[in-house]
Ligand binder design. Structure first.
Ligand code: NAD
Length: 332
């Protein structure tokens, strides 16, 4: 391998399609082919690298970047970039990129999978059947909540939130959304097409039969769904979170689900990942869980890997990477 090629630290093994983009263009090292590297492993391994291609499991902060003054770009293989201290990167002139768009539809599909599973008790029904508890057709057994004609409240009407809204048309649902800033690009058109109505946060929590969360994790959205918000919901409401775990306060969610304040919930993401089996939330029958699978389709993970690789290569070649998060660092 040529030593003149730029060096990329790939923190974990990513789909081959992404690595194929790097072949011949960069000298890449995969830090871990299995498991997650520790913070200290990343910090030590990053020395001498020109780029880092991390996953959302790796925290990239100022201390890591200080250990790698040659790094020009952190090419995150995720649309969310809360694992990267963007301010610290910007202060050091390091570009940060993400993978927007390519995972939108796949994640929206999964939000619906969870929504339907929670509403119609699919997981409970599966366990009930496998456990041999199915003795007869029960007129009042495992009754769920209807989707058709219900009100779907979407918190964060961006790419994924609006893609979730598009799917609601088939269920003849009323869509309301809470998004504090004006809608961008396609989302604005989707809102118009599906007749989605803007609501304030409290109104959305009160009126929705289904609430689906699609905000980025920021200081403003941490524990956005907490005790106060959950006190407003209908007792028949279903909450779905496929955004980031810390957006929902787990103690408040446990309280709402166990007291009958909230009918059911479905989580793809958790405040602390992986969630441990003895977490109190996992004892609740009215909670459906998944191990952060929102973007987990073969096609989408390939696209994310390619996009992250292309972002890294563009930055290393002196071009503005297509998905630059901190435009302030770009000097052209
Ligand atoms: P996006 O930027 O297109 O949309 C986010 C929307 O949230 C924007 O419209 C923004 O204005 C809005 N928003 C910001 N702060 C808000 C607040 N305080 N209250 C309400 N709305 C607010 O992003 P996207 O591509 O739709 O992705 C959304 C998030 O989903 C990502 O940041 C990521 O964390 C998460 N995600 C998770 C998975 C998964 O595997 N579960 C997959 C993809 C994305």
């Amino acid at each position: 391998m040529s030593t003149t090629l730029p060096k990329i630290l790939v923190t974990r093994k990513i789909p081959a399609a992404g690595l194929a983009c790097l072949d011949g263009k960069a000298n890449y090292r995969i830090l871990r082919t299995q498991g997650v590297p520790s913070y200290d492993e990343v910090k030590a391994a990053v020395r001498g690298a020109d780029a880092i291609l991390p996953l959302l499991t790796e925290r990239i902060d100022g201390d890591i970047l200080d250990n790698a003054p040659t790094v020009k770009v952190v090419a995150n293989m995720a649309v969310g970039f809360d694992n990267v201290d963007v301010a610290a990167a910007t202060a050091r002139g390091v570009m940060v990129t993400n993978t927007p768009g390519v995972l939108t539809e796949t994640t929206a599909d999964f939000a619906w999978a969870l929504l339907m599973a929670a509403a119609r008790r699919v997981v409970e029904g599966d366990r009930f059947t496998r456990d041999g508890r199915w003795k007869t057709w029960e007129p009042e057994g495992l009754l769920g909540q209807d989707l058709y004609g219900a009100t779907l409240g979407i918190i964060g009407f961006g790419r994924i939130g609006s893609a979730v809204a598009r799917r609601a048309v088939g269920f003849d649902m009323d869509v309301i959304y809470y998004n504090p800033s004006p809608l961008k690009g396609e989302a604005r058109q989707v809102a118009e097409d599906v007749g989605a109505r803007s609501a304030d946060f409290e109104e959305l929590m009160r009126e929705s039969d289904f609430i689906s969360v699609h905000v980025p994790l920021t200081a403003d959205t941490r524990h956005l769904i907490g005790e106060g918000a959950l006190a407003l919901v209908k007792p028949t409401a279903v909450l779905v979170n496929t955004s980031r775990g810390p957006v929902v306060d787990p103690a408040a969610l446990y309280q709402a689900l166990s007291s009958g304040g909230l009918w059911a919930a479905a989580l793809d993401v958790f405040e602390k990942e992986p969630v441990v089996p003895d977490d109190p939330l996992l004892s609740l029958p009215n909670l459906v869980v998944a191990p952060h699978l929102g973007s987990a389709s073969v096609t989408t993970r390939n696209r994310m890997a390619v996009m992250a690789a292309e972002n890294a290569l563009a930055a290393l070649a002196g071009h503005r990477p297509p998905n630059l998060v901190n435009g302030d660092v770009w000097k052209g």
